[in-house]
Structure formats: C-alpha cells, structure tokens
Design a protein. Structure first.
Length: 144
C-alpha cells in the first residue's frame, strides 16, 4: 500500500517547515547579534545564518552558518553545537511552538564555493572562452 504523503516528500519542504525555519533563523540572528554566546571561538566573529532546514515534524533543525572573512566554517559550527542546548533554551523563550527543535549547526561553505566560481570566471583564459561567439548566449533575441 502506498503512503498517503509519499508525493509530498519529493516536492520539498512544506510551507509550515519553511515558515518555522525562517522564524528560527530570525531569532538566531538576533541572539548572535547580541553576543549572547560566550565562546572564545566566536569572539569577534561575524556569523551569518544562511538557512534553517526543519524536519517535517519540526523537532529538528539543521542550521547552516558561515563566518564573514573566515574560510573554515566548521570551527564555528562546532562551537555553536557545543552551545546548542543554551541556544535552544533562548529559542524556547522566543518562539510560540509546542516543541523547541533540537539544533544542529552545519558549516555553510556555499559562499566559498560561489567565490571560487567567480574567481574561475574572472580568469583571463576562461573569460576569453566565454566571449567566443560559439559560446555566447544571445539574450536579446529579436527573432520573436
């Protein structure tokens, strides 16, 4: 017998998951901005919360963080995971929810990857190839 929600699982997160994740992201940004986490690894570091992915039951949250100007986001994610119970307590007082999700911080390297791609595209050899007529995209197609 087929599950009733099997089709929903392939479509991505629900509106409820997205809304809860965004709410948690905003609260975490405020907590980090106020400097409420006193960990030596986080001292003087500007952290960015890129995304919060919620489980379907809203009991688990994967939080993607990166530090501006630093390469290894895993160090900061480990420091936040060490303080996750404290952060969870702060979160419990700020959200209006039946459950406070268990938090897991993950180092977000997507910004580093995007920067690397920009560097590759700025390379003279690559930009020369991109300017070649064979590879040029004609965005303003007047044939229509």
């Amino acid at each position: 017998m087929k599950k009733r929600n099997s089709q929903k699982e392939t479509l991505g997160p629900s509106q409820r998951q997205l809304r809860a994740g965004e709410n948690i992201r905003h609260i975490l940004v405020e907590v980090l901005a106020r400097g409420e986490i006193h960990d030596p690894a986080l001292k003087g570091v500007s952290l960015t919360v890129g995304e919060v992915r919620m489980s379907p039951d809203l009991k688990h949250a994967n939080i993607f963080v990166s530090a501006l100007g630093h390469k290894d986001a895993k160090v900061f994610a480990d420091a936040l995971n060490h303080a996750s119970n404290y952060i969870r307590g702060l979160l419990a007082r700020a959200i209006d929810s039946k459950f406070t999700p268990k938090l897991k911080f993950i180092g977000d390297e997507s910004y580093d990857i995007a920067l690397h791609i920009d560097e590759l595209l700025a390379n003279p050899k690559v930009s020369r190839d991109l300017e070649h007529p064979k590879f040029r995209l004609d965005i303003n197609n007047d044939d229509e």
